[in-house]
Design a protein around this ligand. Structure first.
Ligand SMILES: *Cc1c(COP(=O)(O)O)cnc(C)c1O
Length: 395
């Protein structure tokens, strides 16, 4: 790997992201951008109107460090309603600058240099960088795609157990999972819980896609398993649930001493953020169950449109159980089987942009994701329709 000038040793290897390259390529070529995962349709008016009304009021000033009381209460109520877990808004809920800050602050707060973090790959791109910033070491466990394309992503429990060492401090989990669209089952979570208990690990679980689950698949919070609440920090975010990814309002919930540790790091990262957006997210979290069911149904329909289009374009597609993303195997349409090469050429071949899944793997295991590519389907009917039409050119 070439050394990037000025960049600290901790951050060597995190210099450039393929997202920036692909988004620039989309703009330069007029391609349909199914790379980055953000919706191109607005959030619910019940949420947006509260934010508009809050601007120009006292809500524009610094909110309280842990977040406004209404939002902390709404996060706790929402947890109780959907996961059955009770959190005290006073000291078990912390509002953060998106899930990203919650995760980074937790890792900075909990890890000492050399502490190891067990995490599934492919993994969300901020994880490895945040662990590195905290001086920790990533121990990746590979999720394997279903061999025929039909079926679920799985992991080998032996591989998981082998990844834990006496230096392991924390298990970093993401369910529903980006980029695979996997929802961890209760049985899989029980395997993880057993490891956490036997190795006395803390668990940090990123559940930002908790509501975006399809086909009757069921999200189970890791904190809801027996013996887990006391050692688990659960991260959530408004971005994905309310179509407001630019707002960066997230939260982290857990036992008071763990949340207090996270707050110590968080107060010196951003201190606070999004004053007028916090009451709006509180209103969103209080929406009736029907809202949360409807977002999932709407996204399931978009998933079906894209999955059908990809299959018709000759790409074997692994239909996701949740999230914004579908994964394809490019080998039938890309003779060298290289997803990165495929993505770089896709704008010229078909006028569409996607992201090579290889970037979500630990560099040592990159070969395992070489043939995979991620497409986002959180897009309007027109955009998805145009993308599907263009992808036919691959045939
Ligand atoms: C989008 C995403 C995030 C980031 O959430 P923010 O609230 O925007 O910081 C975190 N984790 C995963 C898995 C994501 O897909």
């Amino acid at each position: 790997m070439t050394r990037v000038p000025y960049l600290s040793a901790r951050l060597q290897g995190f210099g450039t992201t393929v997202f920036a390259e692909m988004s620039a390529l989309a703009v330069a070529t007029g391609s349909v951008n199914l790379g980055q995962g953000f919706p191109d349709y607005p959030g619910p008016p019940e949420v947006l109107d509260v934010a508009r009304a809050a601007i120009g009021t006292a809500a524009d000033q610094y909110p309280p460090g842990p977040g406004i009381p209404e939002l902390r209460a709404a996060v706790a109520e929402h947890h109780g309603r959907f996961t059955g877990l009770a959190y005290d808004p006073a000291d078990e809920v912390l509002v953060t600058a998106g899930a990203t800050e919650a995760l980074t602050a937790a890792l900075l707060a909990l890890l000492d240099p050399g502490d190891e973090v067990v995490v599934f790959e492919p993994m969300y791109d901020s994880y490895a960088a945040a662990v590195a910033m905290a001086g920790g070491v990533v121990r990746p466990v590979t999720l394997r795609p279903p061999p025929s394309g039909e079926g679920r992503w799985t992991f080998d429990p032996e591989e998981l157990r082998a990844a834990a060492t006496p230096r392991t401090k924390l298990l970093l989990l993401n369910t529903p999972h980006n980029p695979t669209g996997k929802v961890f089952t209760r049985e899989e979570l029980a395997t993880l819980a057993a490891l956490a208990i036997s190795h006395e690990l803390l668990v940090l679980t990123d559940e930002v896609y908790e509501h975006l689950v399809f086909d009757g698949a069921h999200h189970v919070s890791m904190a809801a398993l027996p013996g887990m609440r006391e050692r688990t920090l659960v991260v959530g975010s408004a971005g994905k649930t309310f179509n407001v990814t630019g707002w960066k309002i997230g939260w982290i919930c857990g036992p008071a001493p763990l949340v207090s540790a996270v707050r110590t790091a968080k107060q010196f990262l951003t201190y606070v953020n999004g004053g007028p957006l916090q009451p709006a997210v509180a209103a969103g979290l209080a929406l009736p169950d029907a809202y949360f069911t409807a977002v999932a149904q709407d996204l399931q329909y978009r998933r079906d449109v894209l999955v059908r289009g990809l299959a018709e374009a000759g790409l074997p597609v692994i239909s996701p159980e949740a999230t914004y993303f579908a994964t394809v195997d490019v080998r039938p349409v890309q003779p060298d089987g290289d997803g990165l090469t495929f993505c770089r050429a896709l704008p010229a071949r078909a006028g569409v942009v996607a992201v090579p899944t290889v970037v979500f793997y630990d560099p040592a295991h990159a070969h395992l994701g070489r043939h995979l590519v991620r497409f986002a389907f959180c897009k309007s009917d027109e955009v998805l329709g145009e993308a599907v039409e263009r992808l036919r050119r691959l045939g």
